[in-house]
Design a protein around this ligand. Structure first.
Ligand code: 2RA
Length: 332
């Protein structure tokens, strides 16, 4: 398959290349695309060097699939140009996620909705993916009424500039080109993405709106506080979820253990619970600290951790392409 990776030089782009190689994705031709200042650079994939090319060159080559991780404005402008030449675009930005004509896909949950008419497919936000993957089987069994979630997000979610800021501050100097309005080392920022008119951040509202779309249920109430912490390796989430129906805690364990892509890590007697250090480099969404909320009926507390660059971005996007192969919507 002729595969384009758009935004190849970014953190997610690099992870895409790793994931494509690891999963033995059937790449016959690889097009690595980045902004004008990176064109001409070389990047490695499976021991071979590839030149970074421009958007126009990639469109002219008519790839079968283009996996985008280049930011919302680039996606808005360029994804339709790829779609016009017959390329299936899987887009990691927020540009198309809430567009009612586009599917928002977590393969374990809703890949069966994909059809040949889908030329631009949206990959959800990292913090939403790990939450809905942990919750969708529980929703089917007990019907979620309300979710209260607080996130503890890795600087890798912002990109290279933020990783550099953390490393420079940790080395003892102020960041030369900071990604955040405040220091991030030894600090916690209750601020991810821009503030909206309602006082929430865009990241928080993504968790509200994307959850409803992926689970196809507008009745689910979600309230989120998204927080950046000086960590690399994964996003963590404290999730409080109220169901319409009563549950047994044993059923929660059974359903989570049976959920594809989820791994239960929960043995407090030996201090075992999910941590970003353990999630780093893995595709699994780790779930632990499973316990009943004793303050009100039919309510559960969970702690959910995943590598935001893997299942939260690159792995989910590649899995969408794999499902399209299975459905005969992309060539094998
Ligand atoms: C973040 N959710 O962690 C973003 C990345 N998509 O900032």
């Amino acid at each position: 398959m002729k595969v384009a990776v758009v935004g190849a030089t970014g953190l997610v782009g690099g992870e895409m290349l790793k994931v494509l190689a690891e999963r033995n994705f059937p790449v016959t031709e690889l097009l690595l695309v980045a902004s004008a200042r990176s064109v001409g650079q070389e990047m490695e994939y499976r021991g071979r060097k590839y030149p970074v090319i421009s958007m126009d060159e990639a469109i002219a080559a008519r790839p079968d699939v283009a996996i985008f991780s280049a930011g919302g404005s680039v996606s808005k402008e360029q994804a339709p140009r790829f779609a016009e030449v017959g390329t299936v675009v899987i887009d990691n930005s927020s540009a198309w996620r809430m567009d009612p004509t586009k599917k928002l896909v977590v393969p374990e949950i809703n890949a069966r909705q994909l059809t040949a008419a889908d030329k631009i497919i949206a990959n959800p936000n990292c913090s939403t993916i790990q939450m809905v993957l942990a919750l969708h089987q529980l929703h089917e069994a007990f019907q979620i009424r309300r979710i209260v979630v607080s996130t503890y997000q890795s600087v890798t979610g912002t990109g290279k500039k933020a990783v550099d800021q953390l490393l420079e501050e940790r080395a003892g100097h102020a960041a030369s080109n900071p990604a955040y309005p405040h220091p991030i080392d030894l600090n916690v920022l209750p601020h991810i993405d821009v503030f909206e008119a309602n006082g929430y951040t865009k990241e928080e509202m993504k968790m509200v709106n994307e959850t409803r779309k992926i689970l196809s249920d507008d009745t689910i109430q979600v309230t989120a506080t998204a927080v950046r912490i000086p960590v690399m390796g994964g996003h963590s989430e404290a999730i409080n979820v109220e169901f319409a129906q009563e549950f047994e805690i044993e059923d929660i364990y059974r359903l989570l253990r049976a959920t594809d892509g989820v791994e239960v890590v929960d043995d407090v007697t030996s201090n075992r619970y999910p941590m970003p250090k353990d999630a780093h480099g893995q595709d699994a969404v780790l779930v632990g600290r499973i316990r009943r909320d004793e303050s009100q009926p039919r309510t559960l507390n969970l702690w959910v951790v995943a590598d935001n660059l893997r299942k939260g971005a690159a792995t989910n996007a590649v899995q969408i392409a794999e499902h399209m192969i299975k459905l005969g919507l992309l060539p094998a």
